[in-house]
Design a protein around this ligand. Structure first.
Ligand SMILES: CC(C)(COP(=O)(O)OP(=O)(O)OC[C@H]1O[C@@H](n2cnc3c(N)ncnc32)[C@H](O)[C@@H]1OP(=O)(O)O)[C@@H](O)C(=O)NCCC(=O)NCCS
Length: 396
């Protein structure tokens, strides 16, 4: 068994193991779209007897964390063929991938886990939650009318490619958990209207809320129209909706909740502190299911702490069995120190609090952090606190 970097012509072989579990071999078009956003040197392959039996890849993200934007390995396309599982191949791929990210100076790696039991052993911690919502339109009234002063415009795909990215970029820059999307990402992924994803609904629709030609908010959605006994029972399926201000965000959701003929609005991958809870007159009527979203790995603990510009005086003792270069005591500024620890925890649990989506107090209640100096948990929480829940609006 050999673990090695892919050559450019091997992208398809590296995608094939995970594609197997989706029930399809990768199409040439899939491979072309991946080739625009994934560099072959960021794809690790497991080869046995001349056959590629596993792969693990990483996008190169500019990733928002509270107070900073950092390079991040966006882990993706991970799979081992069912003929070769439980022989340590994923572990070998993760070893190669994390060593590579470390050498490249990426302080963090992030991923969406197909199953929560897979990545903890490699030092990933659940770092963000997200929710899926369903709102019956009859219960879609807001407590207060919102004023955005703008107007809505439906966009063609080409218009969307120009008008939507600047709005996204403004939101992404201030939202932990989001990453910058280059043009290729918009073309090949975010605005790619794949037949596979329609699931009975119509084509991708793009709408922009604008004022004086400045984009304030947008939504990407599909309509799935149906009738029951002559009455319309349609559904608005929101793919992504966001705004640059509270008024704009309220405005775009008002739009989505006001589409005639639709019975309900359905949305996935929402932040768990979504303003809808406070905008809706009857928030209880919104069905909201919460689950894990981003998993985070602190590849370089010192670099990751330094990036957050944390203030305060707490010494963290970090254990890291998979990446031993991290195992040390740290000041909040990221410097390794020989001072005594105020609290000690595993690197995966530090990743859980790193984006501000969970607190040290929550870790303590789950028995996952040891407070050596009384008061250290509270001081660590004061330092790591973030104003908004981390949010990643897309599975990558
Ligand atoms: C998940 C997957 C990549 C694991 O590959 P693998 O080569 O079998 O993993 P390894 O043999 O290196 O397993 C390492 C350890 O993780 C455990 N493990 C692996 N996959 C697991 C899973 N899905 N659930 C629970 N434990 C798992 C193994 O039991 C092993 O534990 P041990 O060290 O205590 O013996 C593979 O099963 C797969 O391709 N699954 C379908 C696609 C998928 O889910 N990909 C991940 C996308 S995010």
């Amino acid at each position: 068994m050999q673990i090695r970097q892919a050559r450019p012509e091997e992208l398809k072989s590296g995608i094939a193991p995970v594609s197997h579990y989706f029930g399809n071999a990768p199409t040439e078009e899939n491979v072309r779209r991946f080739a625009r956003v994934l560099r072959p040197e960021r794809m690790q392959l497991a080869e046995e007897d001349g056959q590629i039996v596993g792969g693990a890849s990483a996008f190169e993200f500019q990733f928002t964390v509270p107070g900073a934007i950092v390079p991040c390995a966006g882990v993706t396309v991970v799979g081992v063929l069912p003929t070769h599982t439980r022989r340590g191949i994923l572990t070998a791929l993760m070893r190669a991938q994390l060593d590579d990210a470390h050498e490249r100076g990426e302080p963090v790696a992030a991923l969406w886990a197909s199953e929560e039991t897979i990545y903890g052993r490699y030092g990933y911690g659940m770092a963000a939650l997200s929710g899926e919502a369903e709102i019956q339109r009859v219960y879609g009234a807001f407590r207060k009318a919102s004023e955005h002063g703008g107007s809505f415009r439906l966009l063609s795909r080409d218009e969307a490619l120009e008008a939507i990215p600047p709005v996204y970029a403004r939101v992404a820059a201030e939202t932990p958990g989001m990453f910058a999307r280059p043009r290729e990402w918009w073309e090949g992924r975010a605005l790619h209207d794949s037949e596979f994803r329609r699931d009975g609904a119509g084509e991708m629709v793009h709408v922009l809320l604008e004022r004086d030609r400045e984009g304030l908010a947008y939504a990407i959605y599909r309509l799935r129209m149906d009738f029951d006994a002559g009455s319309s029972t349609g559904e608005v399926r929101v793919i992504e909706a966001m705004g640059i201000s509270p008024e704009a965000t309220a405005g775009i959701w008002r739009y989505l909740l006001d589409v005639d003929w639709m019975e309900r609005v359905q949305a996935e991958l929402l932040p768990i502190d979504h303003p809808l809870f406070l905008l809706l007159a009857q928030p209880r009527r919104m069905r909201f299911r919460v689950g894990d979203s981003l998993w985070l790995r602190l590849v370089d603990v010192g670099g990751a702490l330094a990036a957050r510009s944390l203030e305060g005086d707490v010494v963290l003792e970090v254990a890291d069995a998979f990446c031993p270069w991290n195992a040390a005591c740290y000041s909040l500024n990221g410097a390794k120190t020989t001072e005594d620890a105020d609290l000690s925890l595993d690197v995966a649990d530090l990743a859980t609090v790193y984006l501000g989506g969970f607190t040290f107090a929550q870790l303590q209640r789950a028995g996952l952090v040891q407070e050596v100096t009384p008061g250290a948990i509270a001081r660590a929480d004061a330092a790591f606190r973030s104003d908004r829940a981390p949010w990643c609006p897309e599975i990558f």
